[in-house]
Design a protein around this ligand. Structure first.
Ligand SMILES: Nc1ncnc2c1ncn2[C@@H]1O[C@H](COP(=O)(O)OP(=O)(O)OP(=O)(O)O)[C@@H](O)[C@H]1O
Ligand SMILES: [Mg+2]
Length: 314
């Protein structure tokens, strides 16, 4: 039971075919993969072996030709496109080699983009994006345009964007491929922290040195797994993040207590004590969000003025 609960991705006999007849080729061939919550998987292999294809299928950006794929126990191929988009927005964060930030949008709006499916108001989306940027110490650059940032900063913005919706899985396709070694290290340390918080990360890389960050290293060859080595036992993986999505149960004290103890100070402290006893959410963002409700977001006008003043600060 517990093993099944810890499985977040289950892929069986997956094929991805391109072309027909003489032009037919398989990017993935009879591919099997089971991913546990809390794994940090690095996928390596020669160019063209199917790494990006695999990541795109896992991330519901692409569809397999045949085979089965269960994401959090849901059979992906039987879900409508609309539901897939929702599932993707809720569960998956993407980081790409070329950052993929929208050049015409300021940093904060780029980071808020994945929340479009969340049903939150624009103000709330911006507050959540701002909170996430704070975590990466990029809040001072909220109203910079992407081109005003270094490559490393752009990738950290992209990481913030991938995390803004509190996804369970982060998919990263050569996230350090365009970065110098110092920025690479910073990005990898960020990913390590994100993993330590219990997120599942699947990352493609050509750099064998980075595999030290992984709990499992998969080498692909011609559309299949060539070698698959776990460096950390399943039992030692960081705790799953799924509890982030469960609201802690706060037991409301019996109304009786209030009426019977007129002068009682203890009744006042009771709800707090109950709250403290409730399970805590490991990630800050939700509690932070509540707190931020009282903080007034910047108005459109003030945003614009910040943007223009910062432009000159590059
Ligand atoms: N849209 C497409 N049409 C036809 N063939 C494709 C398409 N996309 C990918 N392929 C083929 O699928 C195979 C796997 O491509 P994929 O991009 O997954 O490789 P990769 O392992 O990510 O390579 P790299 O390390 O260079 O990024 C390649 O042979 C590629 O030519
Ligand atoms: Mg690729």
């Amino acid at each position: 039971m517990s093993t099944a609960q810890n499985t977040i991705i289950e892929i069986k006999n997956l094929n991805k075919r391109y072309g027909y007849g003489d032009a037919e080729s398989y990017a993935l061939k009879n591919f099997d993969l089971t991913v546990k919550r809390g794994e940090f998987i690095m996928i390596m292999g020669p160019s063209g072996c199917g790494k990006t294809t695999l990541l795109n299928i896992i991330g519901l950006l692409d569809k397999a030709t045949s085979g089965s794929y269960f994401l959090s126990d849901q059979p992906v191929e039987r879900i409508s496109r609309r539901k897939q988009a929702r599932l993707r927005a809720l569960k998956i964060g993407f980081i790409f080699q070329n950052f993929n930030l929208i050049p015409s949008l300021p940093v904060i709006e780029n980071v808020a983009l994945p929340l479009i499916y969340s049903g939150y108001s624009q103000t709330r989306r911006l507050i959540q994006a701002s909170d996430t940027l704070k975590r990466f110490h990029l809040n001072e650059r909220e109203y910079y345009m992407p081109w005003q940032l270094s490559g490393g900063q752009q990738q950290r913005v992209a990481i913030a964007r991938s995390l803004v919706s509190n996804p369970e899985i982060i998919l990263a396709d050569e996230p350090t491929g365009n970065l110098d070694s110092r920025s690479s290290r910073i990005v990898m340390e960020e990913l390590r922290n994100i993993h330590q918080e219990g997120n599942t990360i699947i990352m493609v890389t050509h750099n064998p040195e980075l595999t030290t960050y992984a709990t499992r290293v998969i080498n692909m060859l011609d559309g299949h797994i060539d070698t698959d080595i776990k460096t950390v036992a399943d039992a030692d993986l960081p705790q799953p993040v799924s509890i982030r999505f469960v609201k802690p149960t706060i037991i409301v004290p019996e109304p009786k207590e209030k009426t019977t103890t007129k002068t009682s100070k203890s009744t006042k402290t009771e709800p707090k004590a109950q709250k403290d006893a409730s399970p805590s959410t490991p990630k800050k963002s939700k509690s932070k969000l509540k707190k931020s409700k009282t903080e007034k977001p910047k108005t459109e006008k003030s945003k614009k003025s910040t943007k223009t003043t910062k432009k000159g600060n590059k």
